[in-house]
Design a binder for this molecule. Sequence first.
Ligand code: NDP
Length: 248
Amino acid sequence: MSYDFNSKIGIVTGGGKGIGKGITSLLATLGAKVYVFGRSSLAEGTQFSDDEEINNRIIYINVDVSDFNEVQLAIDKIKSESGRIDFLVNNAGITKDNLLLRMSETDWDTVMNINLKGAFNTCKAASKVMMSQRSGRIINIGSIVGTTGNAGQSNYSASKAGMIGFTKSLAKELGSRNILVNLIAPGFIETDMTAKLSEEQLKSFVDNIPLKRSGLPVDIAKVVAFFISDDSNYVTGQVLHVDGGLAI
Ligand code: NDP
């Protein structure tokens, strides 16, 4: 990819592993300074690249995205340290799968609080900075199950469907300030999250993908880069499935 993000500063939530790590690595490789929000102190020592110059552009901040005050404090810190926020990628997400009858109230609330309220927390704090600079890009990471639904994932699917309505509403609210808000809906991407699936589930997923392969974090990262770049200057409020055709 040939985008030049040298002057760009932004945030990737859950950027320490999986899809988020792929996004962080690509954006930093393209020159951006990336603040990573995550909870695990292990992520603090994550090597994103063999190139130290690229690693030095990545700053880890211990933040639980579901905690309104922690998010606000982290964004205040970025504003005072770096002066601006050009992009926010809401990637942090979890699953707590179960059939509805067996799903606990806690599992419902935890998934909603991280996946959906987490995006509210970060967007509320970061959009204030973006509004004052009259520019910004917000990219929410949803999921194909936000449109298709999935048995055993009612909490997760509802949180991802909620992100679609949230994305479209913010696109309408923030468009006049030149803040573009879009959602990427990944299909089956190889990460720790999908490593929980059984061999049988895995096979049935891949069998149903028209491109006959699972995706890689970089497949999502490249589309994030497009949404941050000037190539998407007239695109907002969109849901883009990046899934090898799985949701067709
Ligand atoms: P992983 O489980 O590999 O990574 C999830 C990331 O989210 C981790 O870095 C984790 O950091 C972070 N995270 C979780 N909870 C919080 C929290 N409360 N505060 C801050 N960070 C948090 O997941 P994936 O990379 O697979 O998924 C990334 C996103 O893509 C998710 O939103 C997921 O729903 C979505 N997605 C993934 C698909 C796939 O096939 N993998 C398919 C469709 C959508 P830490 O451990 O430090 O808290």
